[in-house]
Each structure stands twice: as C-alpha cells, then as structure tokens.
Design a protein around this ligand. Structure first.
Ligand SMILES: Cc1cc2nc3c(=O)[nH]c(=O)nc-3n(C[C@H](O)[C@H](O)[C@H](O)COP(=O)(O)OP(=O)(O)OC[C@H]3O[C@@H](n4cnc5c(N)ncnc54)[C@H](O)[C@@H]3O)c2cc1C
Ligand code: FES
Length: 275
C-alpha cells in the first residue's frame, strides 16, 4: 500500500464529545472515535479535519493535536482552534454529538531533547495547542521540571487560562501586546529578559512574524530551537505540494510531510511563509 492509500484508509470517524470556548474566539474540541487504528500521536503532529459533509468548504483544515487519550478500542483527540475564517466559523456552530471525519495523526512532530535539558516553550496565540501536547508528553515522562513556557497574545481576553490542569508544574510567563495581562509586549521581550535562557532548547509555535523574530533572537544567543511551521494546506499528506517551504539549503520541503516541525538549523527567515 502506498503512503497516499495508507493515509486515506486511516480516515477516522468521530463525534464531538466536548466543545467549549477557552478564550475570546478560541475553542477547545474533543473528537471521540470508537475505533482508533493509528498510533498515539506525537507532540507537534496534526489532523486534517473535514469541515463539511458536502463540498463547501471543500478542503479539510489542519489543526495541531493538543491532547490524546486512548479509550478502549477508541480514542479522544483534543484540538484547540481560533475562529478566523469560513471553515472555523462552520466548526464554531458544531454541538456535542455532531459527527466529524479527520485524517491523522499526520506529519513529523517535535523531537524531545536529552533528559536534563532545560526546555523553553514559546507560544504565540493559536500556537499554544502543539506545545500543550509537548508539555503533556514531558509530564507523562516525569520531565515537567525541565520545562518553562512563554505565552503571548494580543490582549487578556484572548489568553487561554493556563490554570493548573493545562501546564501543571511549568513555570509560565505571559505577555499581551496591549499590556492588559502579564508583561506588556511580545514574547521576544520576555525571551530577551530571561536570564537563564542560555543553554535552553526552544520549542516555538505561533504566527510567522513571531517565529521569525524568535529565530533571529535564537541565532544571536546561539540557542537551539525547533519550529512548527504553518503553511496553507490542501491534502495534508504529501501529494499536492501546496504547502512547500524552502529550507536554508535551497531545497524545498512539504510542510505537511517533512514537517510541520523543523530544526532551526535547517530554516531561513524566508522558510516562514506569509500565512
Ligand atoms: C500544521 C498546522 C497546525 C495548525 N494547528 C492549529 C491549531 O492547533 N489551532 C488553530 O487555531 N489553528 C491551527 N492552524 C491554523 C489553521 O489550520 C487555520 O486557522 C485554519 O485552517 C483556518 O481555516 P478557515 O477556513 O477558518 O480560514 P480561511 O482563511 O477561510 O481558510 C481558507 C484556506 O486556507 C487555509 N488556511 C487558512 N489559514 C491557515 C493557516 N494559518 N495555516 C494553514 N492553513 C490555513 C485553510 O485550511 C483553508 O484551506 C494550524 C495550521 C497548520 C498548518
Ligand atoms: S498539503 Fe498537500 S503536499 Fe502538503
């Protein structure tokens, strides 16, 4: 069976078992499937969720997997999404019991650093969900003490309440652009101010301008980093080449198949597209 056939045969039928707002314009959704054929997802992997049963909108939408739990033969897959356009506005109307179909887990996720490494998660806006999956994985491995989180948003109403059950034991610093919560400014400001940043490994996900700025800073500080890239996706599994990004070497990769997570050493500023 070729990769395309394997991926297509992995279509998962699920129902929405939880769907609630977690911040202004941001929602958490749990998709419960009674039969889970795939492996457990790795942090940084994503699903392609079909938004409509008919053809409008036609293309499935990519969302990072923020949580995963096996339930007997089945599994619960959690996503968090920001309502931004036509597809997510359709999803916003879904109620518990709604049926849904998705492909995944897809792509290559984050590579965990060696034990004992201090890791800094840098999340901007809807870049939080894959980093939440990473924190949960580290927690399951008993490594949560090695993590800290910098999280930024435009304003306080858009910040997801991290509370105790999302990032337990993780030292967290938040910022907002308008100063309505946490430090006023951007995540790069918090990163610059962080005195124990030296030697940390960064895990970064957020809007492309933010990731470019973090990459610039990481280069000046000689910090190693992994970035989860965003690209407009059509198929999500490597056949349409719609998600191509150029590496520092000049080679092109498919963000959905070779990524979405890449090592900073492979990337150039132009690898971050204009999504
Ligand atoms: C690997 C990956 C993981 C993602 N994880 C999350 C997540 O966990 N939470 C979250 O809120 N958002 C996430 N996104 C962004 C999310 O896919 C878009 O916000 C969403 O597709 C917008 O759909 P729309 O129909 O509402 O917007 P529209 O702008 O109407 O969409 C039109 C088309 O553009 C594509 N598109 C639009 N914006 C993006 C974007 N930023 N990235 C990729 N494709 C886009 C859509 O899939 C669709 O095909 C992720 C994107 C990628 C590539
Ligand atoms: S979205 Fe089709 S190849 Fe990546």
């Amino acid at each position: 069976m070729c990769h395309q056939e394997r991926v297509q045969s992995a279509l998962t039928e699920a129902i929405v078992s939880l769907h609630e707002p977690v911040a202004a314009g941001m929602r958490q959704m749990v998709l419960s499937s009674s039969v889970w054929r795939g492996d457990d997802p790795y942090p940084g992997q994503f699903i392609m969720l079909r938004v409509a049963e008919d053809s409008d909108p036609l293309l499935a939408r990519p969302f990072g997997i923020s949580g995963f739990q096996r339930k007997g033969e089945g599994a619960d897959v959690e996503i968090m999404y920001r309502v931004v356009g036509r597809g997510t506005r359709v999803m916003e109307r879904w109620r518990s019991g709604q049926s849904a179909t998705f492909l995944g887990p897809l792509g290559r996720g984050f590579i965990l650093p060696p034990e004992g490494t201090s890791s800094l998660l840098v999340a901007g806006g809807a870049g939080l969900p894959p980093l939440l999956a990473l924190a949960r994985k580290m927690q399951a491995l008993g490594r949560v003490g090695e993590l800290s989180l910098i999280y930024g948003e435009a304003s306080s109403d858009r910040l997801v309440d991290l509370g105790r059950d999302l990032f337990p034991g993780v030292e967290t610093a938040t910022c907002t652009e308008d100063g309505s919560c946490g430090t006023r400014g951007l995540v790069t400001g918090l990163l610059e101010a962080k005195d124990n940043g030296e030697g940390s490994h960064l895990f970064v996900c957020g809007p492309n301008p933010m990731m470019k700025a973090v990459m610039d800073l990481a280069a000046h500080r000689c910090l190693s980093a992994q970035y989860s890239l965003e690209a407009r996706m059509a198929c999500g599994f490597g056949v349409c080449s719609g998600c191509a990004a150029q590496l520092a070497s000049g080679d092109y990769v498919r963000v959905c198949r070779e990524g979405p997570v890449f090592n900073g050493s492979e990337l150039a500023l132009h690898s971050f597209g204009e999504v």
